[in-house]
Design a protein around this ligand. Structure first.
Ligand code: SAH
Ligand code: MG
Length: 195
């Protein structure tokens, strides 16, 4: 039974499950604590590593997380149970685009298919609470966003292009201000502009 975060991290890494990097995770945990974040919506649970880490920060933090892959969902569910966090983490097995939710969240964490980042942002910005933020992971994509010449794989090149488009979209966004952080695999924090 896995009930330690380090064990879960090692299990993910040895199975090639793309969990958030450690310093990126610490950065987001710090944001959650300092900004009194209570409710989190995560797009992309994988095996539950980041949602478990968020839920463990404080008693009054609740996470809703979505995973479309059946095997990962089952694995995440098992892990959430091992950590006895069933009351704090709600997990859904569906595609984020089919997911309907009218709740508001203090933090929306976009950590799913990189090609869809703009679409995720557009859909889930409606679920932000007044001071809520959208945090996005993997904006550096292992350094390839800055150095696309380092890959010759066509799919990877296409993905890099999509991430760049997302970064431009955030930079030029009329509704949101975004700050970019060179931490982990590249993280952004977007907050609605005040009128
Ligand atoms: N947040 C996790 C890692 C998530 S990896 C952690 O740090 O521990 C990204 C996950 O997003 C993958 O498991 C993938 O299956 C899932 N995913 C990708 N596109 C999705 C979509 N449209 N809806 C739901 N899940 C999606
Ligand atoms: Mg990630």
């Amino acid at each position: 039974m896995v009930d330690k975060l380090e064990t879960l991290e090692m299990a993910a890494l040895s199975n090639n499950i793309p969990i958030i990097q450690k310093d990126g995770l610490e950065f987001i945990k710090d944001y959650i604590l300092k900004n009194n974040v209570k409710t989190i919506l995560e797009i992309g649970s994988a095996i539950g590593y980041s949602s478990i880490a968020f839920a463990l920060i404080k008693d009054d933090i609740h996470v809703t997380t979505i995973e479309r892959d059946n095997n990962r969902f089952e694995e995440a569910k098992k892990n959430i149970k091992s950590f006895k966090l069933e009351d704090k983490i709600l997990i859904y097995n569906c595609d984020a685009f089919d997911y309907i939710d009218n709740n508001k969240y203090d933090l929306i964490f976009i950590d799913a298919a990189k090609a869809q980042y703009i679409k995720f942002f557009e859909k889930f910005k409606n679920n932000l609470s007044d001071n809520g933020v959208i945090i996005t992971d993997n904006l550096k994509f292992h350094g390839l966003v800055e150095h696309p010449e380092n890959t010759h794989n066509r799919n990877t090149k296409q993905l890099v292009g999509k991430i760049r488009k997302y970064i431009d979209y955030l930079k030029n966004n009329k509704e949101f201000n975004t700050i970019f952080f060179d931490i982990g695999d590249g993280i952004s924090i977007s907050k609605r502009k005040r009128v």
